[in-house]
Design a protein around this ligand. Structure first.
Ligand SMILES: [Zn+2]
Length: 499
């Protein structure tokens, strides 16, 4: 019995040092948290900041902030010049709280993305970048009206260090130490790559203070971090990235306009935008023809798809006046699939989105337009309106009624008006301002294009509205609509279709 107890104690003693206390429960963590909390309070008091602040404990610094400054009001986020001045103000307030010295930060300029506008800085020490860190990004998100600040700059003293090792030395060390590089074995035309940068030689030790050295960092299947002065190897690691492939799709109705069949099928969405954080860096990609998006990184999180292609941004027109963008998060990484289906929303945006992307592909593949020349459009679906759809050329906006959600004809119809308007240099066939004579002569041609192309896209002669459909088979063979002369003669039968 006694020996059992002794054995158990010995077991516990031998286990404890292996697992240890989690860093978050260590004294060191508590000590740093107290320092950081105090610094956060001081920052808020000095800069009028209200919002959330997150920290990086290894570096004892803030890593991100989300919120506002009480005395900074943004009225025109679309004005780049004004935003630049505001970003400068925010930068001045941040300076005392970021570890990089001011002379090390190089402004990379102001950029816009779908969320808002941001300015970014890159940290250079003696002209060398910081590996895996060294950036500061100040963003303003118009929709939520908040600043986001992400900081990964680090403290490195401006002491001039001259590398003694050349890149050839680094490559030699690599080939001497990494004997069976699997990529080199598979692909003979590839080679290891190295670059000089400041590197934290305690990179993987969260509870150890970072130490920066100028190193040759690189490799191929393996990663080496080699001191550029002493030649010491600090890190020798296998580089297997935790990639994530996400498939994007949604439900669509392929036969509703043709024969009135309302069965939805699952379709992949190509050219659809997906955002994710890859190792804390927010990036976006477009899905390929199979609906797949690939993200590379050690840690991939916050994967989110939008009903947005390179040309179309879909908004929920059933929620007015906010009209938020349609978006969906990836909820299960083991089943990396994001599906938009029509049960979740009013006006079946999934179906509308599928057809808008496919229709533009079809127009492009048939030489009617070049996708690149087609304008970017905002499309609001699920709208409460009398007509089935409406195109607003000056705002580059299409509205689609909630009743038209199950069909493709109305959205393709408005997209064709868009095509004509841009092809004719911001004109319709019917000249502006409208009058009854012009309408008689030319209005029919606008509608003829917009009625016939959506039918040709489906290779079917019925153009369908929620309440009624036109069967065009008696009028013409739909394939021949690609013949422009015929369309011109149709224009002389004006006023048949008013949409
Ligand atoms: Zn129309």
């Amino acid at each position: 019995m006694k020996s059992n107890v002794t054995f158990l104690i010995l077991m516990l003693l031998s286990v404890l040092p292996i697992f240890g206390v989690p860093y978050e429960q260590s004294e060191e963590y508590t000590r740093k948290q107290a320092i950081l909390n105090e610094r956060a309070e001081q920052f808020k008091a000095e800069t009028d900041f209200i919002g959330e602040i997150s920290f990086n404990h290894q570096y004892t610094m803030f890593s991100s902030m989300m919120g506002n400054f009480r005395d900074i009001e943004i009225t025109v986020p679309q004005d780049t010049l004004i935003m630049k001045k505001i970003f400068d103000q925010v930068f001045t307030r941040l300076k005392p709280y970021i570890p990089a010295s001011e002379g090390q930060l190089l402004c990379m300029g102001i950029t816009r993305n779908m969320f808002g506008i941001y300015v970014s800085y890159k940290q250079l020490v003696n002209g060398y970048p910081v590996f895996g860190a060294g950036s500061l990004k100040i963003s303003y998100y118009s929709r939520v009206k908040q600043f986001s600040i992400v900081n990964s700059t680090v403290h490195i003293q401006d002491v001039s260090v001259k590398p003694k090792l050349t890149i050839d030395d680094a490559l030699k060390i690599y080939s001497e130490n990494v004997l069976n590089d699997e990529i080199l074995i598979l692909f003979q035309n590839r080679e290891a790559k190295f670059k000089l940068s400041y590197c934290n030689i305690n990179e993987y030790k969260v509870d150890t203070e970072p130490i920066y050295r100028l190193c040759w960092v690189g490799g191929l299947a393996s990663k080496l971090v080699i001191d550029a002065v002493s030649g010491e190897i600090y890190v020798y690691d296998n580089v297997s990235m935790h990639d994530l492939a996400v498939n994007i799709g949604g439900t669509a109705l392929l036969q509703s306009d043709n024969i009135g069949n309302l069965n939805a099928s699952n379709e992949v969405f190509n050219n659809t935008i997906v955002y994710a954080f890859c190792d804390e860096l927010e990036i976006y990609r477009y899905s390929n023809d199979q609906g797949n998006v690939f993200f590379h990184g050690e840690l991939i999180s916050n994967v989110k798809a939008y009903l947005q292609s390179s040309k179309f941004t879909f908004f929920d027109g059933s929620i007015t006046p906010e009209s938020p963008q349609f978006t969906k998060n990836l909820t299960d990484e083991l089943d990396p699939l994001i599906m938009f289906d029509y049960y979740d929303y009013i006006g079946n945006p999934s179906n509308q989105y599928y057809h808008s992307v496919k229709y533009l592909d079809w127009l492009s593949n048939n030489g009617v337009t070049d996708t690149l020349l087609y304008p970017e459009l905002d499309i609001a679906t699920g709208c409460e309106m009398l007509s089935s759809g409406q195109y607003y050329p000056l705002g580059s906006l299409i509205k689609i009624s909630r009743e038209s959600g199950m069909l493709s004809s109305p959205i393709c119809h408005e997209m064709t008006h868009t095509l004509v308007y841009h092809t004719l240099g911001e004109n319709f066939f019917s000249p502006f301002p409208p009058n009854s004579q012009f309408q008689m002569l030319f209005g029919g041609m606008d509608e003829a294009f917009s009625i016939y192309y959506p039918c040709a896209y489906r290779d079917n002669s019925s153009f369908r509205f929620p309440e009624l459909s036109y069967d065009l088979s008696n009028t013409i063979n739909v394939i021949s609509i690609l013949n422009m002369k015929w369309i011109t003669s149709l224009g002389q039968n004006p006023g048949i279709f008013k949409v």
